[in-house]
Design a protein around this ligand. Structure first.
Ligand SMILES: Nc1ncnc2c1ncn2[C@@H]1O[C@H](COP(=O)(O)OP(=O)(O)OP(=O)(O)O)[C@@H](O)[C@H]1O
Ligand SMILES: [Mg+2]
Length: 372
């Protein structure tokens, strides 16, 4: 929702954001380097007052990155290392997918980005300013939906939004009703707007949370699992909405544990596993990093499988008229010619595009459903 604090019932750690005096950005650029060498941790106490540190390379990087973290780390009090040395760069104008299995540290990262909890060490900049130090200036430009928005059950959906907007000092009361109606319309809640929020389904609550994030134009939207609880139609609608917002120039940072969702909507992605960043970059480049499988369609699968093995293909699997394999390193035109020369009747020959899941498996050597 608009100010992350309002969506988060457990925002007790937010004290420093309100004190507004820590600049984790400039102070921890140094400490991050120390940490790589010696794994020391520097708490936020080590930070300089905001604006006092030299704004040099970090500022340049932050100008084109809407979110930039450096060695961002969170160890919960119980000892759980939830986020471990995260260097994340979210380019302006991207739809950035923050991908990882359950428990990989996505929500923890988002809470740090929104100033809801303090990092154990490392730094984060959002819209070019250090968080949590600059929360007051940064958060009005950010619409956030974080794990289950806090709603008043006894109020209707529309009244929840009106009340929420009224609590935002930056919101213009004269346009309030119109903005609330427009937001309800955008998330497909007009028909259910008069219903009490306690009677909302999970998906309806999720939509209402999204509507709250859309009450004002934002430079950045941070959406933690925005399609959680939505039916397939609802998921499609949210994807369309995200694309629409992105085409208006809003940077969208969304977390998901659904690989295909990220592939469908995101221009860029970062993949987390067990609190660590596995990879990040343009989605097309990430999937290209993993090689797709060679697929041959033929009425002669046994012969095709034999020739493919002779050609150096690995993991050859023949199912009915479809033979797939890991492609050999040499030119695929030669492989095709070898099949034809051996009398194999080739009906189809091509590379199946690698998915993000292939990339994930190639990078981690494990399936995507690992628990953190
Ligand atoms: N308040 C907390 N206190 C202690 N440990 C926590 C707390 N919140 C999260 N954790 C732990 O930190 C790790 C990362 O949790 P986090 O909620 O960030 O994961 P996630 O990627 O958002 O998972 P999901 O996909 O299930 O939402 C998990 O091992 C979790 O158990
Ligand atoms: Mg989460």
């Amino acid at each position: 929702m608009a100010e992350a604090s309002a969506t988060e019932p457990e925002s007790r750690d937010r004290g420093s954001a309100d004190r507004g005096s820590t600049d984790l950005g400039s102070a921890d650029r140094g400490s991050a380097d120390r940490e790589t060498a010696g794994r020391q941790t520097a708490g936020p106490e080590a930070a300089n007052p905001e604006g006092a540190g030299p704004e040099t390379a970090g500022r340049e990087r932050a100008d084109d990155a809407v979110i930039a973290t450096r060695a961002l780390t969170k160890r919960y009090r119980g000892g759980q290392l939830a986020v471990d040395g995260l260097d994340l760069t979210v380019p302006a104008g991207s739809v950035f997918g923050f991908l990882g299995p359950n428990g990989s540290g996505k929500t923890t990262t988002i809470r740090m980005l929104m100033g809801l909890i303090e990092p154990t060490s490392g730094s984060a900049r959002v819209l070019g300013r250090p968080m949590p130090g600059a929360a007051r200036t940064v958060l009005p430009g950010v619409g956030a939906l974080i794990e289950g928005p806090a709603l008043y059950g006894f109020l209707s959906g529309r009244d929840n939004l009106l009340r929420y907007d009224a609590a935002d000092p930056a919101a213009d009361p004269r346009t309030r009703r119109a903005r609330v109606s427009a937001a309800l319309d955008r998330v497909g809640l007009v028909a259910a707007a008069g219903k009490k929020a306690r009677a909302y389904s999970l998906g309806m609550k999720q939509r209402l949370g999204l509507a709250a994030a859309l009450l004002q134009p934002r430079r950045l939207l941070v959406l933690d699992e925005p399609t959680n609880g939505l039916d397939p139609q609802g998921m499609r609608e949210i994807r369309a909405l995200v694309r629409e917002l992105a085409s208006d120039g809003t940077t969208v940072f969304l977390s998901s544990h659904l690989l295909d969702e990220i592939e469908q909507v995101c221009t860029h992605a970062a993949v987390m596993a067990r609190g660590r960043l596995i990879t990040q970059g343009a989605v097309a480049d990430l999937s290209a990093g993993a090689r797709g499988r060679l697929v041959v369609t033929t009425p002669d699968p046994a012969d095709a499988a034999r020739v493919l093995k002779e050609q150096g293909a690995g993991d050859v699997v023949a199912v009915e008229d479809r033979v797939t394999a890991e492609p050999p390193d040499h030119d695929l035109a030669e492989v095709n010619a070898a099949l034809v020369a051996a009398g194999v009747r080739v009906r189809g020959f091509g590379l199946e595009r690698a998915s993000l899941e292939d990339a994930f498996v190639a990078l981690t050597g494990e399936g995507f459903d690992v628990a953190g």
